[in-house]
Design a binder for this molecule. Structure first.
Ligand code: ADP
Ligand code: ZN
Ligand code: ZN
Length: 757
């Protein structure tokens, strides 16, 4: 085994005389070295080739990072490459991106490469949804009408339903493909594979609306930057027409045979975006990449992207690693969204990597948001990113919603008797919000209520003693869920039946304290028995297609009141909603998490700044006991810039990002003592690392915000610097020292640019 210089593009091409016999392979294991394998005479290997090898008796897929003709490994111990995959080798930009990930986020090279490798063990399978609406081809017409004639009156209903649609010249929409019966899906798959169906006809393209001045200026600015690296921040409220800008740019590039990569924060947003693509750019070959896809389907899409066949590649954070030979533009929509940051394994930020990839490819990148992250906003102010804005309204008639702040009710606080005086009818909904909902129902309009907690109530308490349902494995309360009545831990998944009496004093009177989505749903259903109520949170949308189905029900006005966590706020646009209620905002205002206010502001500005598409005037009601908080000031004025500037001032004063760079050594162990020993040693090593002028600040170990999770005690060391480079150099020096500590029973990870401390 040798520690290789990370693959370099200058590796000489194999020559006849000195053909390389040894491949240096990066494997998806934690250690940062490469491993040597013999190349068999029958094998053709290039830097970037994907190979299968054995290591310590286990098979791995790795990436060849270098070739040579010698190795220090003893010939008797040297193994051969078992399989060289037919996939084209990973190209230069993807290898450099993976190398960057390994350096910047402090992971092994092999693990970084594994992010870019497709699921090779799978067979590509035609996906359940092809990511495009399908129409009949001439061959399909001939074949299927012949079948229809043969079958006469007796075709299977599933078969006939599909045939009726395509025969009429209509497309089978993505939704129809997803929601069809099992046998319909089978038919579709066959027909598509046989070439009887194809993606919808380009001739039917819905025409683009004429762009407004600011949109046109944005398109021109990006087009002028094509062929070189330039990041853009496209700032405009939801509904201001950002997507039209992306699609116009995509149309022109695709017409020139180029590829466009669009990153979205959530799987749930992809169907809506696809629908937009297909109405504007029908017939454009689109690939869809997200972690919710079965491996075979992901491989199918991945290959179409990697071969340059798919012109538009739409995906969540992992898609930033896709092979894209003709890539000309990257778009990151909702760039402020925290889902772009991976929170386990390699803690990379897909937006930041997208910017780096654009740099590697020397192409422009557009980051779009109504509420830009402070990082991107700061770059736009300092000129690193070009700031594009859309301030005109798409529909000048549409008024911005009215904003009303009402006190958060405190009905759950014990009264003079020590009993909780909870108005069973209200459940945390203030009288103002309550009557506003009533009014919407009577006018047949839709309401949307946000609360950032799922379950029934965030806590279950005894009314007689101090007992409270606690997770046995974590330092948190258990959340009460109903239907079935269980208490659950939202951190480790622990769940048990809700106790009927207090385990400590036997009292039968246990009280749910606080409010979650289920509780609001129950309260509203009781108060408005005729209202059609839907709840959207992670519990209600576990199923892959549940969200899409709900979304359509909402759009079709089959739902009156919608209750949800912030999952609901992301990019969704429901034109018939005229009331938005926000509960629990105060939790974020005074959170220990330094980004909580930014996230709350993003949510509130998104809902309050939503440009109405309909003529219906909207209203936003925020329940808060701190109406004088500066956040609300800027919110009332719809002034996200004012908010961002104020928060940037705070961050500057507190030496927080984006004015400094942070990294975290997060550690956990079952044994508290071992944890503290490890962190003490880690801290001592940190102080010994080369750190000229103490340019990197090293803080002493502190307990994590969640002190215990899933039976593990947790603590961390924060390091911070005004110079990103210096912090990187420091981490490079510190990590080998951490690896050298005896840490069998301590799990640790370095989180660079952590979202939370
Ligand atoms: P965003 O991406 O900023 O949320 P969209 O691009 O989705 O905004 O635009 C919101 C709505 O306004 C869409 O229905 C879109 O078709 C429409 N729209 C956008 N730009 C124009 C325009 N220039 N003329 C007419 N309609 C437009
Ligand atoms: Zn008790
Ligand atoms: Zn737990």
């Amino acid at each position: 085994m040798s520690v290789m210089p990370v693959f370099s593009p200058s590796i000489p091409p194999p020559t006849g005389a000195e053909a390389p016999t040894i491949a240096h392979v990066a494997l998806p294991v934690a250690v940062s070295q490469t491993f040597d394998y013999r190349i068999l005479p029958t094998q053709t290997v290039l830097p970037g080739s994907l190979v299968q090898v054995s290591l310590a008796g286990r098979k791995h897929v790795g990436v060849v990072v270098g070739l040579s003709s010698h190795t220090e490994i003893d010939a008797s111990r040297l193994l051969s490459l078992e399989t060289v995959y037919l996939q084209p080798p990973l190209p230069d930009d993807v290898r450099r991106l993976a190398t960057f990930v390994s350096d910047y986020y402090q992971s092994s090279l092999g693990l970084a490469f594994s992010l870019a490798a497709p699921p090779l063990s799978a067979q590509p399978t035609l996906p359940k949804t092809t990511a495009q609406p399908l129409v009949l081809t001439p061959a399909g017409y001939t074949q299927l009408s012949a079948h229809a004639a043969q079958l006469g009156q007796r075709p299977a209903p599933a078969w006939r339903a599909l045939w009726e649609i395509v025969k009429a010249g209509d497309a089978i929409s993505i939704a129809q493909q997803q929601e069809g019966t099992a046998s319909q899906k089978k038919y579709l798959r066959h027909w598509f594979a046989a070439g009887w169906l194809t993606s919808a006809d380009p001739a039917k393209a819905a025409s683009f609306p004429p762009l407004r001045d600011e949109q046109r200026a944005a398109v021109h600015a990006v087009e002028a930057a094509l062929g070189g690296f330039q990041p853009f921040l496209l700032q405009g409220i939801t509904g201001s027409g950002k997507t039209e800008v992306y699609l116009t740019l995509a149309r022109d590039l695709i017409a020139q045979g180029k590829q466009v990569l669009v990153l979205l924060p959530e799987i749930h947003l992809t169907p809506q975006f696809l629908a937009r693509i297909h109405s504007r750019l029908p017939g454009v070959d689109t690939a869809l990449l997200h972690s919710g896809l079965p491996d075979g389907e992901r491989l199918y899409h991945w290959q179409r992207a990697a071969e340059g066949r798919a012109s538009l590649v739409l995906g969540t954070r992992l898609a930033v690693f896709t092979l894209l030979p003709k890539l000309a533009l990257i778009v990151v929509d909702e760039e402020h969204d925290p889902s772009f940051k991976q929170q386990d394994n390699i803690r990379y930020h897909a937006r930041d990597l997208a910017v780096w990839r654009a740099h590697l490819r020397q192409i422009p990148i557009v980051l779009g948001s109504a509420t830009p992250s402070l990082e991107s906003y700061h770059h736009a102010q300092t000129g690193r990113y070009q700031h594009l804005r859309i301030q005109q309204r798409a529909d000048p008639q549409a008024a911005l919603p009215q904003l009303l702040l009402t006190p958060a009710t405190h009905r759950d606080k014990p009264g003079a008797t020590g009993k909780v005086a909870d108005d069973p009818r209200r459940h945390g909904i203030s009288p103002a919000l309550w009557s506003a909902i009533e009014e919407r129902l009577s006018r047949n309009e839709q309401s949307l209520v946000f609360i950032n907690r799922r379950g029934f109530s965030p806590s279950l308490k005894c009314s007689a003693c101090t007992w409270e349902a606690q997770c046995p494995n974590c330092s948190v309360r258990l959340v009460l869920h109903t239907k079935p009545a269980r208490v659950r831990c939202h951190h480790c998944g622990h769940t048990q039946r809700a106790p009927e009496r207090c385990p400590s004093c036997g009292n039968l009177d246990l009280l749910p304290i606080g409010h979650g989505t289920q509780r609001l749903e129950a309260a509203l259903a009781q108060a408005f028995p005729d209202a059609r109520i839907a709840r959207i949170d992670r519990d209600s949308t576990r199923h892959r297609h549940a969200f899409g189905a709900l979304h359509r029900q909402i759009a079709d006005r089959q739902i009156d009141i919608l209750i949800g966590t912030q999952m609901l706020a992301k990019g969704h646009d429901f034109p018939r909603v005229t009331l938005v209620g926000v509960l629990g905002a105060d939790n974020a205002l005074y959170s220990a998490d330094f980004r909580a206010t930014e996230r709350l502001a993003a949510l509130l500005h998104q809902v309050a700044g939503r440009a109405g598409r309909s003529a219906l005037a909207g209203e936003v009601i925020v329940q808060t006991d701190f109406p004088n908080h500066p956040l609300y000031d800027t919110l009332v004025r719809h002034d996200y810039d004012g908010f961002a500037n104020a928060l940037l001032d705070e961050r500057r004063a507190a030496h927080l990002p984006p004015f400094t760079t942070l990294a975290l050594l997060a550690a956990e162990a079952r044994d508290e003592h071992l944890l503290h020993t490890f962190l003490r040693d880690a801290h001592r090593q940190a102080l010994k690392c080369d750190n000229p002028g103490n340019i990197v600040r090293i803080y002493p170990p502190v307990p994590a915000m969640l002190v215990r999770r899933a039976g593990y005690h947790r603590a961390q060391i924060v390091v911070q610097s005004h110079q990103r480079r210096a912090l990187q150099r420091f981490l490079m020096a510190w990590r080998p020292e951490l690896n050298a500590l005896r840490t069998k029973q301590v799990r640790w990870a370095i989180d660079v640019d952590p979202l939370q401390l």
